[in-house]
Design a protein around this ligand. Structure first.
Ligand SMILES: [Zn+2]
Length: 376
């Protein structure tokens, strides 16, 4: 489960957010540029101006990464894959898709769109650098040179054939096109990605030991590539196992439900204590409207539990209300489900139940036990 991202708005209808740690990265970049890069490139620059340009550079970098992700997103959307959100985090951005490219050609176009945008940004800053007159102040030249450098680095890095980086996605699409087998091409691309990850860690640690401190950064990226490749492979395993399976099969009906209008204190006394379940569907006017679990109760300070209704304490995200025929593979992709770990299932006859990630994982292990030949 990942950290909740902070929403900053929408671009072309796609929600944009960032992980809280991204703020720390922006500050770190602004600070290191202001403390070392700008004073070196523009001797005599005032400290305030140096840090100001550092912040400007970090924000321009932020915008460049956003445009790269927007490139992926718009192409994906044109090919019928909905984009849940663009999330900026530690080492760049992620355009989170609802669902997956169905054909190798779509995957190829999707993967190339981001680097194509970054290539255009490199070209623009390259043209600006060439067009600057000789009389341009050193500090301005340094701003352009920095963007040219970081965007070129983003381009090269993303094109490494280390799945799930863009280059690895291109490689997977190419293998997928030739073999027609998505699962096998993903496994192969993920294996190559892992190899690159270990190579990066090795080079990074070796570099750091030899005095190149930047090597540690490479090692961190290597760890990220290994973890992400594993997650991608695991995700595909789950999708393959659950494709076409309905949520109703993994739920027990009927669950004990919590009326929206009762107080949290009453819910504790009437439900949480006697039944000892950790989560209850919240019902209003005979229909499920949300979910309340122990963590929601804990968030209400004890003196306020008598005056707070279940509706106020519960999570009312419509993404967590599903029908019994809901495809489980699709449910597992929903960020809300990944974050909360549970969803409310409504049966055709009006009965209500809860499906949890734990139930699904248990089922996954059973499914895989019954099909040992499918595993690598
Ligand atoms: Zn990309």
């Amino acid at each position: 489960m990942r950290m909740r991202s902070i929403r900053i708005g929408r671009l072309a209808g796609i929600p944009i957010g960032f992980q809280p740690l991204w703020l720390a990265i922006v500050v770190l970049i602004a600070w290191s540029l202001g403390a070392a890069y700008y004073p070196d490139e523009a001797p005599g620059i005032a400290p305030l101006a140096a840090y100001g340009l550092g912040l400007l550079s970090a924000l321009l970098l932020f915008a460049s990464i956003l445009l790269h992700e927007l490139g992926h997103s718009l192409v994906a959307r044109r090919h019928g894959v909905e984009i849940e959100e663009i999330d900026l985090w530690l080492l760049g951005g992620v355009a989170r898709m609802k669902g997956y490219p169905r054909a190798a050609g779509d995957e190829l176009r999707f993967a190339i769109a981001g680097p194509a945008v970054t290539l255009a940004i490199v070209a623009v800053f390259g043209a600006i650098a060439l067009a600057l007159p000789a009389s341009t102040p050193d500090a301005i030249e340094a701003v352009v040179a920095y963007q040219l450098f970081v965007n070129a680095a983003i381009l090269v890095f993303n094109l490494l054939p280390a799945f799930p980086l863009d280059g690895g996605r291109v490689a997977r699409a190419a293998i997928w096109m030739r073999t027609g087998d998505m699962q096998r091409s993903t496994a192969l691309a993920a294996r190559v990605g892992r190899g690159f990850g270990y190579l990066m860690i090795g080079l990074g640690v070796f570099g750091a030991a030899a005095g190149a401190f930047g090597g540690l950064w490479l090692a961190v990226v290597g760890v990220f590539v290994i973890v992400a490749a594993k997650a991608e492979e695991g995700g595909l395993r789950v999708r393959t196992a659950f494709a076409g399976r309905e949520a109703g099969r993994f739920v027990s009906f009927p669950a004990v439900t919590a009326p929206a209008g009762i107080s949290v204190a009453e819910a504790v006394e009437r439900l949480f204590v006697p039944y000892r379940y950790t989560a209850y569907p919240v019902i209003d006017g005979g229909r499920p409207v949300g979910l309340i679990d122990t963590s929601h109760v804990e968030r209400v300070p004890p003196p306020r539990r008598a005056a707070t209704t279940v509706r106020e304490a519960a999570i009312l995200d419509p993404e967590l209300l599903i029908g019994e025929h809901q495809d489980v593979a699709e449910l597992l992709e929903r960020p809300a489900f990944q974050r909360v770990g549970r969803a409310v299932v409504r049966g055709d006859g009006g009965e209500v139940g809860v499906i949890s990630i734990t139930d699904v994982n248990r089922a996954l292990r059973a499914i895989e036990l019954s099909r040992p030949a499918d595993r690598e």
